[in-house]
Design a binder for this molecule. Structure first.
Ligand code: PLP
Length: 390
């Protein structure tokens, strides 16, 4: 039997983040590669999930999401980020932001279309672009300074269907400012490009650099699909609940793909997460402050040990600068680091277009630029990682 596999899948690399987790286990290394947060769940949230199971909530919800969660979420989005969505027609609850990303890309990218993606790139975007039969146009953004060039963006957007923005970003921790988003808005308007924004880390920012929801910036709402997740904010990555919000015509199309892809997100957790949105403001300020303190612990320790790092404004990832080390293959280097220094991170080439397997068979460029470390971990692990890298 001839095995016929979609070429988009053949060229898909296995997740390097999961690969580095396996390496960490083999090497007995501290795993700062995988991003799940070691942060306690709010007790009322755990109780709400248990209560939902006890109350026998165990069947499909409405495919767009449980009404209670959609309505509560619409209010939350309005109060927190200033965006207005009709919970009946402009929101879909998905199996994590991951599904929202895949469903939105498959919906908005016809075969042959172009998706503009700022780089470094979160792992899930390129596989989604490929599965849609579309192709990426990469906008380089300096991972250390966050700088990008408006003329380059203008060029990339010519003829493109979609731009995929991640703010705060993974891995670079860039929080796009209002001025930057306004510039983006002008360019997208000029070329009539839609915007997909992934705001998974919106609640985890340095207070000096608050999250700006692109859909709240003048002119963007009508062309934006806003995606986010409950995974990180409430430390429930395994519950698999996220969402997309978009104006009616866009949402009607995305909902169809969601329906056939997963039907609905887990019912008891949807019920519980409506409770999460009632947590007091102190929950968010404490969480952001905890991650900030962990950042100071890891970055401060590494810098004292002679490493250079970036200064992320959001999310819980740190980039260690490797450019001065002349590393020809950063994957091999990261594996060796896990074995010798017993700390696992993600090699930067995993987030760079040039570093990924090429369709044309040429060798990827894996020169050492940066290593991503997660500081979403317990303080004692971070302190031990610093000791091992010193
Ligand atoms: C930028 C970004 N988007 C989306 C996701 C996926 O989130 P979810 O657990 O909701 O699928 C992650 C998880 O690491 C992420 O870092």
């Amino acid at each position: 039997m001839e095995l016929r596999i979609n070429p988009a899948v053949i060229h898909m690399d296995e997740s390097i983040i999961r690969d580095m987790t396996r390496v960490a286990e083999e090497a007995g290394a501290i795993n700062l590669a995988q991003g799940f947060p070691e942060y306690p769940i709010a007790p009322e949230l755990r109780e709400a999930a248990a209560e939902a199971v006890r109350r026998d909530i165990r069947h499909y919800t409405r495919t767009w999401g449980a009404p209670r969660l959609r309505h509560r979420l619409a209010r939350h989005l309005h109060e927190r980020w200033g965006t207005g969505y009709d919970p009946e027609e402009e929101i879909v609850i998905t199996c994590g932001a991951s599904e929202a990303i895949m469903a939105s890309m498959l919906t908005l990218l016809p075969p042959g279309a172009t998706a503009v993606i700022p780089e470094p790139i979160y792992e899930n975007y390129l596989p989604a672009v490929r599965l849609a039969g579309a192709r990426p146009a990469i906008l380089p953004v300096d991972p250390f300074t966050g700088a990008w060039n408006a003329a380059e963006l203008d060029d990339a957007c010519r003829g493109a269907a979609v731009l995929v923005l991640n703010t705060p970003s993974n891995p670079a921790g860039k929080v796009w400012s209002r001025e930057e988003i306004e510039t983006l808005a002008e360019i997208l308007e000029r070329h009539d490009v839609l915007l997909i924004t992934d705001e998974t880390y919106a609640h985890i920012t340095d207070p000096a650099h608050p999250h700006i929801a692109p859909a709240s910036v003048t002119g963007l709402w009508r062309r934006t699909v806003t995606i986010s997740s409950f995974s990180k904010t409430y430390a429930v990555t395994g519950w698999r609940v996220g969402y997309a919000a978009a104006p009616r015509p866009l949402m009607a199309a995305i909902r169809k793909v969601h329906d056939f892809m997963t039907v609905c997100a887990p019912a008891p957790f949807q019920r519980a997460l409506a409770t999460a949105l009632d947590l007091p403001e102190s929950y968010y300020t404490e969480m952001a402050a905890t991650y900030r303190a962990r950042y100071e612990l890891l970055a401060g320790g590494l810098r004292r040990a002679g490493w250079k790092t970036n200064e992320p404004h959001g999310g819980y990832f740190l980039l260690v600068d490797l450019r001065h080390l002349d590393i020809p293959d950063d994957r091999a280097w990261a594996v060796e680091l896990a074995h010798t220094r017993k700390v696992a991170g993600v090699p930067g080439s995993a987030f760079l277009w040039a570093g990924l397997p090429r369709d044309d068979g040429t060798e990827p460029d894996r020169r050492g630029r940066f290593l991503r470390l997660s500081f979403g971990k317990r303080e004692e692990l971070l302190a031990e990682a610093v000791a091992r890298l010193s």
